[in-house]
Design a protein around this ligand. Structure first.
Ligand code: ATP
Length: 442
């Protein structure tokens, strides 16, 4: 066994996209109708991987802490929220049209604002105009102005508008946070790069409310904590960096923002932004709604508007980064083995149960082993094809362990465990199987 080569970055993207389709991670949406504008469906393996990314985030942000609680707010929302947040006015991208080829571009993404990347035309662009990225719809049967609703473009506002509800019901006090995972929608002008930028995507966001004088300290804490989360789940440090925004990139209310960036095949791209947002959000909603959104500190007998530190990550984009980082090829006995070296916590299946033969003598025991593991672990069960091909398939899914039931198994009540990364095999009594596997899968 030897490392051939880590696939070069131009083909890495194609390989991951192909693997995603072939093995059921991600399918182009509405494919039987010719596809639908950069939308994607998460297949049987992808839904599991995405869920594990979200669970890993929830585990570290909510389950393992006593100062963060969860929330699941509505996606449909009234204009008042977006008026207060500034999105109706400011959530825009500058849009230019090429008069020659009629293609549309984001002006801020053009390498040269005088050259059209579509047709090469010079000075063919229209004046830039601001295009609002929010999806607008109508709630109810009447398409009047009074019925206008928006699909949320971020999950964050759900936390701000529920600040008082959560404060009162959870009995938390600053510093404390509200976490949410869910879909967001942005009418992106130029979606692309697979699921990196889509119009419908999932976010994982925390709004952490702190006494104003502690804001800087918490901002630094969350920058370090969030960076480490990606490292702990297997992104190599060489592909991850923290990029503080320059002063001219900061929104007017933010006193500091840093992005966690991943080295995608086309260059560095944002996975998550951590922002020190001051009291902007709570103040805006308090002013617009007329409700008090502050905290009365009994210890000091004073009232203040908490400042907010916001780590805002993309679940779907992060899942893609984990896939790209995990993809590996190596040569084994003259053949190329493709393997996803996913962290066990992220792996879609933890164990594959593989009876060596479909014959009757092995199936009852294989089913028993499956029933033993299923309450604890997400398992695959595969009884067809040669065992070598079944191992290769599991390697491509990133399954950390295969458990094989062979012709000796019914006799000695033991099975063979094959490990994904080393391909080493050990024989283990069924009675010890769970004790062997569980500690290796957390
Ligand atoms: P970008 O600069 O890439 O458009 P952003 O700075 O507007 O992103 P935020 O508003 O900070 O993004 O959202 C937080 C996270 O949500 C991003 O870091 C990214 O992971 C994810 N995200 C934002 N827009 C999209 C999208 N269109 N498709 C997929 N994920 C997205």
């Amino acid at each position: 066994m030897s490392d051939v080569s880590v696939p070069n970055d131009v083909t890495l993207m194609e390989k991951v996209v192909n693997l995603s389709k072939r093995r059921g991670f991600v399918f182009p949406s509405a494919e039987i109708y010719g596809g639908f504008r950069s939308t994607y469906d998460y297949g049987p393996i992808g839904v599991q991987l995405l869920r594990n990314v979200k669970d890993a985030w929830w585990r570290s942000m909510v389950q393992m802490r006593d100062d963060v609680v969860g929330l699941d707010a509505a996606i449909l929302s009234p204009p008042a929220i977006w008026e207060a947040s500034g999105h109706l006015k400011n959530f825009t991208d500058p849009l230019v049209d090429c008069r020659q080829c009629r293609e549309r571009f984001r002006e801020d993404q053009l390498e040269d604002v005088t050259i059209c990347p579509g047709c090469g035309g010079k000075d063919t662009f229209t004046e830039a105009r601001n295009f609002n990225l929010m999806f607008k719809t109508h709630a109810g049967p009447v398409e009047s102005d009074a019925a206008v609703a928006y699909l949320r473009p971020e999950t964050a506002q759900g936390m701000f508008i529920n600040f008082s509800n959560v404060l009162q019901s959870s009995r938390k006090k600053p510093p404390f946070g509200i976490a949410q995972i869910g879909k967001s929608f942005r009418n992106e002008i130029t979606p692309g790069n697979f699921v990196f930028r889509t119009r419908e995507f999932e976010q994982m966001e925390l709004e952490f409310f702190v006494p104003p004088e502690e804001a800087l300290q918490w901002y630094e804490y969350w920058c370090a904590t969030r960076y480490q989360w990606y490292i702990d789940l297997g992104i190599p440090e060489s592909k991850l960096r923290m990029r503080p925004h320059d002063a001219d990139e900061l929104s007017h209310y933010s006193s500091g923002t840093s992005d966690v960036e991943f080295l995608f095949p086309w260059g560095w791209g944002e996975l998550e932004g951590i922002a020190n947002r001051g009291d902007y959000d709570l103040t805006q909603h308090a002013t617009h709604s007329g409700e008090k959104l502050d905290y009365f500190d009994q210890a000091t007998n004073s009232r203040y508007v908490p400042h907010v530190i916001e780590p805002a990550a993309g679940a779907t984009r992060t899942m893609m980064a984990f896939l790209l980082a995990a993809y590996d090829e190596e040569e084994v006995r003259g053949e190329t083995r493709t393997v996803l070296r996913l962290h066990p916590r992220l792996a879609p299946y933890k164990v594959a149960v593989l009876p060596l033969s479909k014959k009757d003598d092995l199936m009852p025991m294989a089913r028993e082993v499956l029933a033993l593991l299923q309450p604890h672990l997400m398992c695959d069960f595969d009884e067809t094809q040669a065992i070598g091909r079944r191992y290769r398939r599991q390697d491509e899914l990133g399954t950390p362990f295969c458990v094989t039931i062979d012709f000796d198994s019914p006799e000695d009540q033991s099975v063979t465990i094959r490990e994904r990364d080393t391909m080493e095999q050990v024989r283990v009594p069924v009675a010890e199987l769970l004790a062997h596997l569980l500690p290796r899968l957390v």
